[in-house]
Every structure is written in C-alpha cells, then in structure tokens.
Design a protein around this ligand. Structure first.
Ligand code: SF4
Length: 421
C-alpha cells in the first residue's frame, strides 16, 4: 500500500496525535471500530424485539464497546480470537437503522415518513433505495485523507439541504442520478477501493445521512465479504476510475486476516441524535462541513432551519466522545462576517484543538451561477468567487483565534499564505 504514514504532513506532532486512531487503522495496525463492535454480543432477538428494546440494548452495550475499544487503543487488548457472536452490535446497528427507515428520523428534519413503503417522501425525497452517482480514488480531499492513492470516496445521490451554491448540484438536486445499489454492491465498492490502496472509505454525497440504512448494512457485510464475479461486475459499472489500473493488495486491506479500513463520515452534520448513536460505533474519523453562522443564512441560502443548533450540537457530541475529526468551512462571498467569523469563533471557543480546513474554492454553481440554466437572481450576492481580500480576512480570523488551520488550508493555497504573511 502507498502508506499514509510517510506523508510529510505528519511531521506536525499535533496533527499526528489528533488523528492517531485514523492513522493506525489506515495502516492496519488497529482494527476499525466496526470490527470491534462485531465482537460485542447483544442479548435481544433482533427481528422480534420492539424498537425501544433495541435502543435500550444499544445504550447498554455502547459502554462495553467503548471499554474494549479503549483497551485496544491503549495496546492492552486485541480483538477476541473467538468467532464473532451472533447477533452482535453491528447487527443491532443494522436492525435499528432499518427500523428507523420506517418512520424516518435519520436527520434533523425528522420527517417520520415510512421510506420502506415509499408512498410519502420527506425532504430528501427518497424512499428505500440508495443510489451511488460515482465512486473512485479521490485525489482532491485533504492530504491526510487522499494520501498517495486517494480517499476511497463513494458519492450518494440526493440531499437533505438545499444549498443554492451546491458544488455537487448534479447529484444533490437530482435524486435519480446514479445507479440503485444493493448493500452487497455497496460493500463491494468499499472493498474494491480499499483493496486498491485507498487510505479510507469516505462516505459522502449529496448527503450520506439519508442513506444510513444502506451504509450500515454494507458495513455489516464487509468483514466476511468475498466478492464474486457478479458482485464485481455490478460494482465496477459505476466506478469512475475504472480505466485506471490499480493493483489489488489484500495485505494492505486486512487486520488479522479480515477486511479492515477506517470509515470516514463526510457529512453536513444535520443528523439526528439516534443516527449519531449508531454512527458512534462504526465511524473511525469524521469530517463535518460547517457552513453557516447562527443567523438566517442557513435558511436563506439552504432552506434549512435549526442548522446552527443541530450542527454545533453534533460536533459537540463527537468532541465530547473523544472522536477524531477535522472540520471544513467553505468561505462564501459576502458571508465572511455573518458566517465565517462566527463559525471560526465558535470552534475557537468550543473545540480549539480540532484542525480546520478554511476552504477558498467557492465558485458560483447550481442556483447562483449566472451562466447556468438554474440561475436564480435572488442569489446574486453569492454569484461570484470570494475576493482575495475575503479569503485573507477568513485566514486572518482563523490565525487571530489561534485555530489549527494552516496545515489543512494552505496546502493548496500558497497565495493565501503569501498574502497573510
Ligand atoms: S433522511 Fe431526513 S430528510 Fe430524508 S426522510 Fe429521513 S428525516 Fe426526512
């Protein structure tokens, strides 16, 4: 594998320590959390038990998982040598996400529609099926995620927000984009990317939360997955870098003889509390996208109420849990004072230790692109790129607040660095 460990960015002691678990799993020195959760037995019959009993079991078994995870992390324990119990905590997560689907509360919209029936739709407009638009070795994520062989990125269709400027508008606004995938095909995609050397499995969209059930089921299949010709044929049909030849290297994708990869949750963080409880047991590293300040911008630009309290609440949860994550913030034109500044101030006050990527790549797209067919003049204020003054001001705020942002933000922005100097 084209190791993540050798990257110069890890020379930064601080960054190396903050993403220790992620690096260890990526290098297969540690088992991913889903592998650990698979060794925690659950005591209730999954198919028959009422949903509240399943949640009680999750609450009871989460501390057991955390204890084993902690001992493994500290190097004083390892995965049990015995076969995984049946059912186990991953099975419970899968069952709970399917139960949630029938009164969907995956995200803060809490639409309560039965997506298995598919006769009524929530904000994401989805029924039960999940569609993948593309998947590939992503060369454009932060260096800590893309490494040398790419971040194993799987792009799902549709979204639960309505960002006028969405830079992935083709997949977020078109719920029928891409191909319907089974959980097994999805697992095969993750398996392929990791076998080909990707440093992580990067679940993203559109938005990933709205596909929680499919992702959890795919993860539940990964440990025992041995894709056959049919599985590979179905998965390869959607692979965007199908024509690039990557050598498959099982040794770089296994821990103690079974599939291993860090799971990366790349999300707008508009998740519900129940979804967070499930994801806590399965995600090794998180990538929240923190866009809007506490005013009206989330509603005006994204038609999303409860944005600030939901996203900050979920970030506080993972911070309190001691999870590893980095935050993205996209600088928007005319929104440095109302969005960038309060977002960075909140991070500095609440979690100053967390690395931040202050991103400068905003470009007019989707409903704010004057040259596009979907352009809506009411979004004129963001129908341009940020000026260099706005970008420098954003960097200056981050610097003055003492945030850890240079290593993630400047790697593609020597201009910003020079301007700020
Ligand atoms: S995922 Fe969110 S937006 Fe979609 S139906 Fe469920 S609660 Fe509603």
């Amino acid at each position: 594998m084209g190791g993540l460990d050798g990257l110069s960015v890890w020379a930064e002691d601080d960054l190396r320590r903050k993403l220790l678990w992620y690096r260890q799993v990526s290098a297969n020195r540690m088992p991913a959390k889903f592998r650990i959760a698979g060794h925690i037995p659950v005591e209730v019959p999954l198919a028959e038990a009422p949903e509240e009993v399943l949640w009680e079991e999750l609450e009871a078994k989460t501390p057991v998982f955390l204890d084993l995870w902690d001992r493994i992390r500290r190097g004083i324990d390892d995965l049990p040598a015995s076969p995984r119990p049946q059912p186990n905590l991953v099975d419970l997560c899968r069952e709970l996400s399917i139960r949630m689907l029938s009164h969907c509360n995956f995200c803060r919209w809490n639409c309560r529609v039965d997506r298995q029936k598919g006769t009524k739709f929530g904000t994401c407009k989805l029924a039960e099926d999940s569609r993948v638009s593309s998947y590939f070795h992503h060369p454009g994520e932060e260096l800590i995620y893309r490494g040398r062989l790419g971040s194993g990125t799987i792009f799902f269709t549709s979204c639960n927000m309505r960002c006028a400027f969405c830079q992935n508008g083709d997949i977020s606004t078109d719920k029928d984009n891409g191909e319907v995938v089974s959980a097994r095909t999805l697992a095969t995609m993750a398996w392929l990317l990791r076998m080909e050397g990707c440093h992580n499995v990067n679940w993203v969209g559109g938005e990933v939360t709205i596909h929680l059930h499919s992702i959890v089921e795919a993860i539940s299949l990964l440990e025992d997955l041995r894709p056959n010709i049919q599985d590979l044929r179905e998965a390869l049909g959607v692979k965007s870098d199908y024509y690039t030849s990557y050598r498959r290297n099982p040794e770089g994708a296994t821990y103690r003889g079974a599939f291993n990869a860090p799971m990366l949750w790349n999300s707008n963080f508009f998740m519900s509390a129940p979804a967070m409880k499930v994801l806590r047991l399965l995600m090794d590293v998180w990538l929240p996208d923190f866009k809007f300040g506490p005013g009206k911008c989330a509603v005006n630009l994204s038609r999303t109420p409860w944005y600030w309290e939901t996203v900050t609440g979920n970030m506080q949860l993972i911070h309190g849990w001691g999870e590893e994550f980095t935050i993205r913030h996209l600088v928007m034109p005319n929104h440095v004072e109302c969005c960038t500044r309060p977002v960075l101030e909140w991070i500095a006050q609440t979690m100053p230790d967390v690395p931040v990527n202050v991103m400068d790549q905003f470009h007019p797209d989707n409903f704010c692109d004057p040259s596009g067919a979907k352009y809506d003049k009411k979004h004129e204020e963001i129908a341009r790129r940020p000026t260099s003054q706005e970008i420098v001001q954003a960097f200056r705020y981050a610097k003055d607040l003492g945030l850890h942002f240079e290593s993630l933000s400047y790697e593609k922005n020597a201009t910003g660095l020079r301007l700020l100097a």
